[in-house]
Write a protein that binds this ligand. Sequence first.
Ligand code: TA6
Length: 299
Amino acid sequence: MIPAPIDPAALPASVRLETGDGGLPVVRVAGPAGSAELYLHGAHLTSWTPTGGRPVIWLSAASLFTEAKAIRGGVPICFPWFGANPADPAAPAHGFARLAEWELVDAREEHDGVAVTLRLADSPATRASAWPHRFEALYTVTVGAGLSLALTITNRDTDAVSYEEALHTYLAVDDIRDTEVTGLESAPFINQLAAMSIETETGPVRFAAETDRIYLDHNAATAVVDGSGRTVSISTDESNSRIVWNPWIAKAASMGDFGDDEWTRMVCVESANVRENRVRLNPGQSHTLTVVFDVTAQG
Ligand code: TA6
């Protein structure tokens, strides 16, 4: 059964469908325990703030809000490939999902949370892409004192398919130079900045230069501890890859939608299934990647 777009008049009191930046439609959630903004463009979460707390998700002040480009910051959805598409150099980096217009199909209040679900399915454009399969994606964002993101992909094709996915989360930090990411100690990683060499580090991830690491076969919880004393814990289900990224000075300056001095205020810790961890589905099968963020120390 294909869920129909929800009638805006039927939305619960804590959910509004409005016009956001660039004239793009945005779902604004103002729940008892947290607030958030979720653009239909790319099903892109651009903010989450627990009630009484500080914003947890980072968004570039230089982000563009056009259908032609992914929003910079927030939580881009990388699907059905991660990074460049090896079969098609002209294909958009990180897949087509973050450039597509998703539909709002459900919104409901649950306990102290508010759950909003967006939907994307194959189209003539996606069937003409480097990944021409029939599929359905449902993305449920649950906003409360914590934040839950659940991406369910269903194979609607007649053949088995495989795909990569990542919830490419930009987290706000006080200063990246005083920030560490724990939970990855001694885990081997692909260093994307050193000819994909495989390296390990015994301590937490700390930042003194551009950092771009892919951890495979790793599903343990991680946490971001910044100099302000805030800790954001990150736990996942059905996610076997992690990516950690900070562009640092030169890369930040090279991106037109990223302020030159913004690199100090963010870190990407991404929950994914990429490369050898890609997901394989038989016809009719579904897979859900879930990530949950909690602020476990305020700072
Ligand atoms: O997740 C890290 C990464 O793959 C980096 O290599 C960098 O390219 C980043 O994603 C941002 O990619 P984007 O296409 O959003 O500019």
